[in-house]
Design a protein around this ligand. Structure first.
Ligand SMILES: CC(C)(COP(=O)(O)OP(=O)(O)OC[C@H]1O[C@@H](n2cnc3c(N)ncnc32)[C@H](O)[C@@H]1OP(=O)(O)O)[C@@H](O)C(=O)NCCC(=O)NCCS
Length: 325
């Protein structure tokens, strides 16, 4: 009998402080920076995002998302034997946010580690967990995307600070006789490091370089649309499926124009596209599990539906996961 991995439950958490475009524009105006709801909505589809308060870390958001995912799956934290957190905004330089999360969930002993692939982080983490479950190294994983991007935004740079938000999403992924995850596809090309990065680091007790998000928006836009179509097609081919089999497309939620462009290339009607970017902004590694959980709780994604998850982000990294929910 074959061994697969399957999502048993989803959960997510947004910090309570909701910041609309109007709120942000008013805040930026106090710094002499001009932006508007119209500009942000027209170029990105974003209307609001959530920001954490001081002292709240990625592991706090992740813990709440995991509690909700475990509850939805009807599983105890003690039964989890693998924790993977995708994040680019960890609590500390080390240890991993996954290890800190494990303790916050009141468990100990199972492997826990972070995956760093920026906005592709969740599809990377899900792919690693799927492989570990299929090979018998784990039986029940918490796979999490969690970010506090507000910590690395330069609120004097209107070209980036209006785009991102904070949040966390999680799935319980467990061994199953039935798929589950049908196929995965991951890529990276490090020659594009400079178009989307946070070029700072810590050394000698100081921040070296610039610890804020830098982005060439147009270069990212052009690369993203092409690689997302290629990765979706590669994943479908590996699974022996076609674009007509996709019930729901849940791409990384960065920009509504990129997402709709991908849906059109896959010949999917736009009502099969799950959209949360309007309410969450770009939450990097958290965006896909946040959108998946929202779609499940709204009754859109149901058991048996075929779902394409797609990530793209800094590195450049990109990839996709096709699954039967
Ligand atoms: C960032 C992005 C929204 C910018 O949209 P764009 O149409 O490319 O806009 P441009 O960068 O050409 O800027 C157009 C003008 O708007 C201005 N502008 C930039 N940010 C602004 C803001 N927040 N408010 C008002 N004006 C703004 C620019 O200064 C520029 O003005 P100019 O023409 O006088 O020079 C778009 O490129 C994008 O979404 N890229 C992909 C980003 C992404 O998905 N990143 C995450 C990937 S994981």
């Amino acid at each position: 009998m074959s061994r697969y991995s399957r999502i048993a439950g989803t959960g997510s958490y947004l910090p309570p402080r909701r910041v609309t475009n109007q709120d942000l524009a008013a805040e930026l105006a106090t710094r002499g920076i001009e932006t508007s709801d119209d500009w942000i909505v027209e170029r990105t589809g974003i209307r609001a995002r959530h920001f954490v308060d001081a002292g709240v870390n990625v592991s706090d958001l992740a813990a709440e998302a995991c509690r909700r995912a475990l509850e939805a799956a009807g599983r105890e934290a003690a039964s989890v034997d693998l924790i993977i957190v995708a994040t680019s905004t960890p609590d500390m330089v080390f240890p991993s946010s996954a290890a800190i999360l494990q303790h916050k969930l009141g468990i100990a002993g199972c492997p826990a580690f972070d995956v760093q692939a920026v906005c592709s982080g969740f599809v990377y983490a899900l792919t690693v967990a799927d492989a570990m479950i299929r090979t018998g190294s784990a039986s029940r994983a918490l796979v999490v995307g969690a970010e506090v991007f507000s910590r690395i935004l330069d609120f004097d740079d209107r070209t980036t600070c209006v785009l991102f938000g904070d949040g966390a999403g999680a799935v319980v992924l467990e061994a199953s006789d039935e798929p589950g995850i049908l196929a995965t596809d991951l890529h990276a090309d490090g020659k594009h490091v400079g178009i989307l990065c946070v070029p700072g680091t810590v050394a000698g007790g100081k921040v070296l370089g610039d610890p804020f998000v830098k982005m060439d928006g147009q270069a990212v836009f052009k690369l993203a649309v092409g690689v997302l179509e290629d990765s979706a097609r590669a994943t479908l081919a590996k699974a022996g499926r076609t674009d007509a089999d996709i019930d729901w497309l849940i791409p990384h939620q960065a920009n509504i124009r990129i997402m709709q462009g991908t849906a059109r290339k896959l010949k999917l009607p736009l009502d099969k596209l799950v959209v949360t970017v309007d309410q969450h902004g770009n939450t990097s590694a958290a965006s896909i599990p946040l959108a998946l959980d929202a779609a499940v709780r709204e009754g859109k994604v149901r058991r048996g539906d075929t779902v394409m998850l797609e990530g793209v982000g800094g590195g450049f990294t990109w990839g996709a996961v096709l699954l039967d929910f």
